[in-house]
Design a protein around this ligand. Structure first.
Ligand code: SN0
Length: 315
């Protein structure tokens, strides 16, 4: 594998999940693989889990890690071609990508959706800018439209917790005060399409995700009905895709509560974090035994390690 930009880049999901679970018994089994190899982590947005788990995964493989924040610490980059650079942007991606490639063997990039310009977000300006000019393998640490490292960890977590061959998995929208990207939800949907599961998406009308991604997924606008007999409830807020980047609804009707969880088959509660307590989900649900959010976090390391291992093997 050369690049990891979307979940399907991993190849066989089932085998990859199994490989990741096996790795947990001996996380440093492949510590020699990354000797004398460096990964650069580039952040255009905030991060907690992605930043630490990617570093930890690289360390477990014997790699060196360099980290760069493009929020305050760096020159502001220009991604458009042919512009007159007489405003706030100091350096073009053409040079910046080639510069970064002089100092590392793999590059990982986090750059959220703008949620202002749908076409630019769909075109993945930032990550595709790097891909075009960097000339070394590239990993997506959440781009405008996808968060495949999160989704791979979620696939591992579902595999570890499922009690039947074909569980019912519900992706539920929940309220949030801010406009959030579609990336986590998109990748989760793509991953569920690769699984043997009974998959339902539930959200208020107006919150339909990109139908090029949801394809023929079942969409149920009644949240309680969607929750019936669910084995997993995966919760995420996203802003409107149709009315791009807008927050259409802020009341707490769609918050995940213990009463709603009663409709499920004692479902596990999942969320990628960070999560707004008592807006997205009540304390009671998040602190319950059915909440497996910390297991998801732990699996971020192993998911990323498998991705890095596959890339290192192809160098
Ligand atoms: C990001 C998102 O894509 O929704 C990252 C999730 C892994 N989440 C947020 O930006 C939440 C920010 C907040 O203020 O709650």
């Amino acid at each position: 594998m050369n690049n990891f930009l979307k979940i399907s880049d991993i190849g066989n999901l089932k085998d990859t999940v199994k490989e990741a679970i096996d790795l947990k018994d001996n996380p440093t089994k492949f510590i020699k693989l990354g000797k004398n190899k460096t990964i650069a982590l580039l952040f255009f947005n905030a991060s907690l889990r992605t930043r630490l788990s990617t570093q930890k995964a690289a360390i477990n493989l014997g790699m060196s890690v360099v980290v760069m924040n493009f929020t305050n610490d760096s020159w502001q980059l220009e991604f458009e071609d042919g512009v007159v650079m007489n405003k706030d942007k100091s350096e073009h991606i053409k040079e910046a990508a080639k510069v970064i490639a002089q100092y590392c063997d793999i590059v990982a990039v986090r750059a959220f959706a703008s949620l202002k310009n749908k076409e630019k977000d769909k075109a993945e300006m930032v990550i595709n800018g790097f891909k075009k000019y960097v000339g070394i393998p590239i990993i997506n640490m959440e781009s405008a439209t996808a968060h495949p490292l999160q989704t791979l960890a979620d696939a591992i977590t579902i595999e570890e917790n499922k009690t039947k061959h074909k569980p019912k998995v519900v992706l539920s929208w929940a309220p949030h005060p801010k406009a959030l990207p579609h990336a986590v939800a998109n990748s989760f949907v793509e991953m569920m399409h690769l699984q043997d599961a009974d998959f339902v998406i539930t959200h208020p009308e107006g919150y339909e995700l990109d139908n090029k991604i949801t394809k023929n997924s079942i969409i149920e606008y009644n949240q309680e009905k969607a929750f019936e007999n669910a084995d997993f409830v995966y919760v995420k807020n996203w802003s409107s895709f149709t009315n791009y980047g807008q927050v259409l609804k802020t009341d707490l009707d769609w918050m995940i509560t213990a009463d709603k969880m009663k409709f499920t088959n004692n479902a596990k509660f999942m969320h990628c974090l960070p999560v707004r307590r008592n807006v997205v989900v009540t304390d009671e649900v998040l602190d319950s035994e059915n909440s497996i959010v910390i297991q998801q976090v732990n699996n971020r390391t192993y998911a990323t390690q498998i991705v890095l291992k596959k890339i290192l093997e192809s160098l």
